[in-house]
Design a protein around this ligand. Structure first.
Ligand code: B1M
Length: 219
């Protein structure tokens, strides 16, 4: 037997995602997990760097939207195998979180990662998907009685929907009943403060830490 090294397993997965090869990405994921690599290592060292590289190639004009789409599809093939391993099954929920990507924004890979780690961290998660208008966030908060509302945005244009969502919560009279957390590549702590969010996290693991902190503080 000639076991693949950790480095080459990670490199195969990263390359399969960049190349948009969904079947190869799934196979590389299975091989890496079978070799004992932790799921979080695959996310941090293969999947996120692969999408960063796809983004760089897009910026340089070497990738276009179709290439980004197939890379995203390949990443999701891997994510489908990894996500159940990240999610735990705790006896008592740490809290309930409704979460989605804001209106006009289709990017859901990062949001899905946040969902997986929140579930792994013991939270009950109501995943509203992508392209979620403010009124749907308001309805979800009311219906699910969520403790926390999570908003994700990847575009400088759509991040403005976060402000609209906070305003919609205000108008509906439910802003005081829920903590709002925001994240996504263009979002900053400063922007979170400006729109009156309760917290900002720059990655999925930090979102879990933030959610735990907010749950330990009464509304
Ligand atoms: Co888009 N795209 N895209 N894209 N895309 C970016 C974001 C971009 C930076 C690429 C670039 O130019 N370099 C650029 C945005 C520029 C800007 O606004 N500043 C861009 C653009 C321009 C576009 C289009 C407009 C392109 C076009 O059509 N001409 C278009 C817009 C479509 C739309 O949404 N209306 C578009 C489309 C797409 C695809 C559909 C092809 C695809 C998305 C597929 C999908 O998600 N299902 C796509 C992709 C894949 C990207 C890049 C390459 C990768 C994004 C990603 O998944 N990253 C991206 C470039 C890049 O980011 N390097 C790019 C990996 C992911 C794990 O990271 O999402 O940042 P991220 O999530 C992190 C943190 O941000 C954080 O935790 C996550 C994990 O650690 N986080 C949170 C995220 N949400 C959080 C919420 C929280 C807390 C933390 O609390 C609630």
């Amino acid at each position: 037997m000639n076991p693949e090294s950790t480095g080459s397993l990670i490199a195969s997965l990263r390359q399969a995602v960049i190349d948009g090869q969904a079947a190869a990405a799934a196979a590389a994921t299975t091989r890496a997990l079978a070799a004992g690599l932790p799921p979080r290592t695959l996310v941090d060292e293969a999947l996120i760097p692969a999408m960063d590289e796809a983004g760089r190639l897009f910026e340089r004009g070497e990738f276009f939207v179709p290439e980004l789409l197939v890379a995203a599809r390949a990443l999701k093939a891997s994510q489908a195998i990894i996500t159940p391993l990240l999610a735990g099954s705790p006896a008592a929920a740490a809290g309930r979180i409704a979460i989605g990507t804001v209106k006009g924004d289709m990017h859901d890979i990062g949001k899905n990662l946040v969902v997986a780690l929140l579930q792994g961290g013991g939270f009950e998660v109501v995943d509203l998907g992508a392209d979620v208008p403010p009124e749907r966030f308001v309805a979800a908060v009311t219906e699910s009685k969520a403790d926390i509302l999570g908003l994700s945005a990847l575009l400088t244009t759509t991040m403005l929907q976060m402000r609209s969502t906070v305003q919609a919560l205000d108008r509906a009279g439910v802003r005081g009943a829920v903590k709002v957390i925001v994240g996504g590549a263009p979002v900053t702590q400063r922007f979170a403060d400006e729109i009156g969010a309760d917290g900002y996290a720059d990655n999925a693991a930090a979102a879990v830490v933030l959610a735990r902190r907010l749950m330990s503080r009464p509304a």
